[in-house]
Ligand binder design. Structure first.
Ligand code: GDP
Ligand code: MG
Length: 295
């Protein structure tokens, strides 16, 4: 069986249970810490690892009406994020009526294009017979690919939902190491800074062929030391040669500059190990990953 991977965003009005679902899917509490240097619009919230697939859940800015009028800018931002995902979970509160906001978002989603799964949540709070009319009402607004009612809180339906999501994903590589399940800003920061140094010191197409991934990040608070291993993915052997440089000079230069900056930002001594890897599959998706703020 081939490996599938891709991006899924969870959208829905506040309090419908998006965060609860994500925690249920990933299987551990995801705490969102915000790092100052993190300025990306779309953040990776969690990665679900399966033997045959990897689902990357991305955050989109909220879509809502503010004081009766739509925040057009936010809507536009959120919609642009929707066009670059492999699927969307549209989550609603099954114990609440359909709102104008829902209708509006769905209207816009039609233009955006990705397959959408309707996920009525909090089914532990509704009687079964009430669920069907609600699903029908939503179904009249949008041609959902699938409907998967869940109780994110109790975990009901969550496994079925994961299976449905995998079906939406294209064949693709394992983007993230298996120990990475949560949003970890320091990891992003480390990768971002290494990439910045690649940009500063290399030329022509090389900087654009690079995707940096932090593969391990461990802290030793007693010694005030942070050990980081990052991989610089390139497209071709020739680019690998450029990044490494003569006698490894370029890689050393990138590493030293990145380490110094990271030490300042993280307030700790940093041990940074860099590897260069030629990964064709990866770089094919660099653009997509950049859009999701992961580099
Ligand atoms: P978000 O704003 O969409 O991220 O919503 P949250 O995940 O923060 O959940 C909002 C509230 O709904 C919290 O009090 C959750 O405990 C509750 N909630 C989430 N999922 C369920 C569910 O399946 N059943 C019930 N009864 N409550 C839920
Ligand atoms: Mg939330």
């Amino acid at each position: 069986m081939s490996f599938r991977s891709g991006f899924i965003s969870i959208i829905g009005r506040p309090n419908v249970g998006k965060s609860t679902l994500l925690n249920a899917v990933i299987g551990e509490k995801i705490t969102i810490v915000s790092a100052k240097a993190q300025t990306t619009r779309n953040r990776i919230r969690g990665v679900k690892h399966l033997p045959h697939a990897q689902i990357i859940f991305v955050d989109t800015p909220g879509i809502h009406r503010r004081s009766g009028t739509l925040n057009v800018f936010m809507v536009r931002e959120a919609l642009s994020a929707m066009t670059d995902v492999d699927g969307v979970i549209f989550m609603v509160d099954a114990s609440a009526p359909v709102t104008d906001d829902d209708a509006f978002i769905l209207g816009r989603l039609k233009k955006a294009g990705p397959p959408v799964v309707l996920v009525p949540n909090k089914i532990d709070r509704v009687e079964k017979p009430a669920l069907l009319p609600l699903i029908e009402r939503y179904g009249a607004l949008f041609p959902f690919r699938e409907v998967v009612p869940v109780s994110a809180l109790k975990g009901d339906g969550v496994e079925e939902l994961v299976e449905v999501l995998v079906e939406l994903l294209p064949e693709g590589p394992r983007y993230f190491p298996e120990d990475m399940t949560t949003d970890q800003p320091e990891r992003f920061l480390a990768a971002e800074i290494v990439r910045e140094k690649v940009f500063a010191f290399t030329h022509q197409e090389v900087p654009y062929s690079v995707a940096v991934v932090t593969e391990s990040f461990s802290e030793d608070p007693e010694r005030g030391l942070i050990s980081i291993e990052a991989v610089i993915n390139v497209e071709r052997d020739s680019q690998k040669g450029i990044i490494i440089g003569r006698k490894g000079e370029m890689l050393k230069r990138i590493g030293t500059a990145a380490r110094r900056e990271l030490e300042g930002l993280l307030g700790a001594k940093v041990f940074l190990r860099l590897f260069v890897r030629v990964t064709k599959d990866w770089t094919r998706n660099v653009r997509a990953l950049r859009e999701f703020g992961y580099e």
